[in-house]
Design a protein around this ligand. Structure first.
Ligand SMILES: Cc1cc2nc3c(=O)[nH]c(=O)nc-3n(C[C@H](O)[C@H](O)[C@H](O)COP(=O)(O)OP(=O)(O)OC[C@H]3O[C@@H](n4cnc5c(N)ncnc54)[C@H](O)[C@@H]3O)c2cc1C
Length: 290
């Protein structure tokens, strides 16, 4: 580890003061499951760590009156995974959480930390993008909301300023007649995905596809939605023909990076296969005949 000064603020104001004082020279420490490995590898060397784990009020999962859900900054993956409200109100989040690393990582790592870290191969940024999540960012003297579509700006990069803390992530209510699915392929269970997909499909009253979200991870420098395929699905009868066409568009549109885990062509092909399977799974949950 490179040397650093450790700060453990006892209040949100104190944490924000520290961030404002140190700016670029500070990093927030939540569960440490991404930041500490990066520091151990000397890929990140902040002079100050601001540990938010003891800040009161951040470890909350809150239902809003409209049927949405907010998850606070220090809620761990495990806590969210075990929360009844997460399963009831945000089934896509519930489906993704067991795929985040291993149990030991989920016991310490936080939902919001994963979003702030913005790994393009991580499940939760793709889920946030699929659901149109909203992020609440605070700094000394100010608070703002950022839509997921504007939050992830590049590889491990977000719209957050160095003196901002992500207070919570808010997920909107799920539409009626909606099914969800998260599919991924990885070398071993618990590994980061080589490529994966967080999908939602909503049907109208006649049983046709009203809207969908096809949000991929491990397929670009950020989580990415394939809107062309989503548009092609709108108004279609849910079934193999529509799913096949969406899969074709996905494989054609994505231009994933090549690395030791897979070529671009392999990832494009797998993304198409996952699309077909995820759409069929999601529709099955709604109970309409596909
Ligand atoms: C072996 C291993 C396997 C893993 N597999 C997966 C996987 O399959 N899928 C997956 O998604 N992840 C995986 N991870 C990563 C990990 O689960 C998450 O990235 C992690 O949980 C992030 O949350 P954290 O609380 O640990 O964040 P930290 O490591 O504490 O912080 C991560 C980054 O986010 C910033 N940050 C944290 N909280 C805030 C906040 N409230 N406001 C602003 N910035 C903040 C930090 O400053 C830092 O830059 C794996 C990790 C390991 C070690």
């Amino acid at each position: 580890m490179p040397a650093f000064a450790y700060h453990r603020p006892a209040s949100l104001d104190e944490a924000l003061d520290l961030l404002s004082r140190f700016g670029e020279d500070a990093k927030i420490l939540a569960g440490g499951q991404s930041l500490l490995p990066l520091m151990a590898l000397r890929l990140s060397h902040p002079a100050n760590l601001v540990d938010i784990s003891r800040v009161p009020g951040l470890n909350e999962i809150v239902e809003d009156v409209e049927g949405g859900l907010a998850i606070g900054a220090t809620v761990t993956h495990t806590r969210a995974e075990e929360a009844e409200a997460v399963h009831r109100l945000t089934p896509l989040v519930a489906a993704a959480l067991p795929l985040v690393g291993h149990r030991a990582i989920r016991n310490r790592g936080t939902v919001v930390g994963s979003l702030a870290h913005a790994d393009p191969a991580a499940e939760l940024p793709a889920v946030a993008l699929a659901l149109g999540a909203r992020f609440i960012a605070v700094k000394s003297g100010g608070q703002r909301r950022v839509a997921a579509a504007d939050f992830f700006s590049g590889f491990l990069t977000t719209d957050l300023a160095p003196d901002e803390l992500l207070l919570a992530v808010g997920f909107p209510p799920q539409k009626p007649r909606t099914g969800v699915s998260v599919k991924e392929i990885s070398r071993r269970s618990g590994d980061f995905a080589i490529v994966g997909l967080a999908a939602t499909v909503s049907l109208d009253e006649a049983g046709l596809i009203a809207s969908s979200a096809l949000s991929f991870f491990g397929a670009a420098s950020t989580a990415v939605r394939v809107t062309e395929a989503e548009e092609a699905l709108a108004g279609q009868s849910p079934g193999p023909e529509a799913f096949e066409e969406a899969a074709r568009i996905v494989s054609q549109s994505l231009d994933p990076p090549e690395d030791a885990n897979g070529t671009t062509a392999y990832r494009k092909h797998v993304a198409g296969v996952l699309t077909r399977n995820a759409l069929a799974d999601a529709i099955d949950q709604i109970g309409f005949a596909a």
